[in-house]
Design a protein around this ligand. Structure first.
Ligand SMILES: Cc1cc2nc3c(=O)[nH]c(=O)nc-3n(C[C@H](O)[C@H](O)[C@H](O)COP(=O)(O)OP(=O)(O)OC[C@H]3O[C@@H](n4cnc5c(N)ncnc54)[C@H](O)[C@@H]3O)c2cc1C
Length: 466
């Protein structure tokens, strides 16, 4: 619990309307997109880095936790205030400060919604590619803190590939600027890259300098139905090795197709083994050849049906299937444990086979979809917590899925981060020394463990998962 006198001082820093203590508000900020929750003592909406600095200085003096939060769409519990304290909601710092057309960059506050920046820059023929499926609600601060990716990562990379520099308030309250507004720079350690993906544990991001690129002139979208996972996975490898890098190569397995069809009734063949949504973009004259080549590869791999959208509206219709996945699959069982393991692209079929074997071994429903083009498969274990033993089985299955990804040369998380839910598995990938080095970095930034405690490191996590 934070002392009343300290709450008074926080209120003086941000103003009464921006420091909220009532239970209803605190409940709203106790959750994210996981099933974990914990009440904060106070919800604060800062407007300036100086206000955040003041709060963090108080936090070090009086030893209470501070947890940064954007839109709360995180999938690993990163915003849950597991030890109480202040939730610092950045959504009111939401200005696009500058779009610099000469230098192809944007400077934004952390609370800007991802889609809003994309809309603004596209109006003037520029492009900010990172596109998490949550882009209409997630914030750029949250994207940077998680190093969010999305379907377009296969061609354009992820958030870290666009962050040139940051302003951040350190856990001890000092304000620093990292990075540059130039195309290159090699000045000391790359603190910008260290902050990106640090899940709100090393600093509160208050300003972001983002690289922009020219908006591609045209795009073509295809939906391809396959008889088996193998034929879809082989098509993915062959498309990439034929030197075509599509903008997106999204995958859905049979269980996912069935869920989406049941949800949307859009005529997807429920007997299909898998489907791919493939998009290419670039100069219009180049796209026809690429679409033809992809067509040939898919046909050679026994594609059952290939639809090519004729216009934007048809393309949007094809994307409907992919966008509905998250809502559709939870109809199978109420609790979704969504892991985003990533394997080398050539191992997509292997990880899917292993997930199927694990599903059979534990008698659990596992559905798979995701970004096949960059090997990032969302393996979703769907459970009913009311059934005895189901949670324990799910945890054992998840551990085997992680181990399988690592055995195939992959990683625990392609884009969702570690947070609370994956923390127990961190040493599997990093080893003890890797974890130790990261802990030393955390200690150097945050000697009193004020900023977002209870995250990333296995021994820091006190809350049960899922
Ligand atoms: C339906 C759905 C689809 C999704 N699809 C994708 C996807 O395709 N790709 C993907 O990568 N993710 C996806 N996500 C996960 C999530 O949207 C991303 O991780 C996103 O980047 C989180 O942004 P946010 O603003 O909601 O951050 P929050 O959830 O509020 O916070 C996430 C983490 O960032 C920290 N943080 C937030 N703001 C700041 C700040 N200003 N300074 C320092 N730390 C901060 C928090 O402490 C927390 O640890 C999806 C989520 C949902 C619900």
């Amino acid at each position: 619990m934070i002392d009343r006198e300290v709450i008074k001082q926080i209120t003086e820093i941000v103003g009464r309307e921006n420091a909220v203590e009532d239970r209803e508000t605190r409940i709203c900020y106790a959750y994210d997109a996981t099933n974990i929750h914990h009440l904060p003592d106070l919800v604060v909406f800062p407007r300036t880095p100086q206000q955040i600095s003041g709060i963090l200085k108080l936090a070090n003096e009086h030893r209470f936790p501070v947890v940064p939060r954007g839109a709360g769409t995180g999938f690993t519990g990163g915003t849950i205030p597991v030890e109480g304290g202040v939730v610092l909601v950045l959504t009111k710092m939401n200005k696009i400060l500058k779009i610099d057309q000469d230098n192809l960059l944007a400077i934004v506050e952390p609370g800007v919604v991802t889609y809003d920046l994309q809309q603004e820059v596209e109006k003037i023929g520029l492009f900010y590619p990172p596109d998490p499926a949550s882009l209409k609600s997630s914030t750029l601060g949250g994207n940077v803190a998680e190093c969010a990716g999305g379907p377009r990562a296969v061609k354009y990379g992820v958030t870290k590939d666009y962050v040139l520099g940051l302003e951040a308030v350190l856990p001890t309250g000092e304000i620093i600027s990292t990075g540059v507004q130039t195309v290159k720079s090699v000045v000391g350690y790359d603190l910008t890259k260290l902050m990106v993906g640090s899940e709100g544990t090393l600093g509160v991001i208050t300003k972001i300098i983002l690289r922009l690129i020219p908006l591609p002139k045209a795009k073509r979208t295809m939906l391809v139905i396959f008889p088996s996972i193998e034929s879809a996975a082989t098509s993915v490898s062959q498309i990439i090795s034929s030197r075509i890098i599509p903008t997106t190569l999204e995958f859905m397995d049979n269980a996912t197709i069935r869920c989406v069809e049941d949800y949307l009734h859009m005529g997807l063949p429920v007997e299909a083994g898998a489907l791919l949504i493939i998009e290419v973009d670039g100069a219009p004259e180049a796209l026809t050849g690429e679409v033809e080549e992809i067509h040939k590869i898919c046909q050679a791999n026994l594609a059952m049906e290939i639809k090519v959208a004729k216009d934007n509206q048809e393309a949007e219709d094809l994307w409907k299937a992919r966008r509905a996945v998250s809502s559709a699959v939870v109809k199978l069982n109420p609790t979704k444990i969504n892991e985003d393991v990533t394997v080398p692209r050539s191992k997509v079929a292997d990880i899917l086979r292993r997930a199927e074997a694990i599903s059979k071994k534990y008698g659990l429903i596992i559905v798979n979809f995701g970004h096949a083009g960059d090997g990032n498969i969302h393996v979703n274990v769907l459970i009913d917590k009311r059934k005895p033993g189901e949670v324990e089985k799910a945890h054992a299955a998840v551990k085997e899925i992680f181990q399988s990804a690592l055995d195939l040369g992959g990683t625990l998380s392609g884009e969702h981060g570690i947070g609370i839910t994956k923390a127990p598995y961190l040493p599997l990938e990093l080893g003890d020394m890797g974890v130790q080095v990261m802990k030393r970095i955390k200690k150097a930034f945050d000697p009193n463990n004020i900023l977002n405690p209870g995250k990333i490191f296995p021994d820091a996590v006190k809350t049960t998962t899922h």
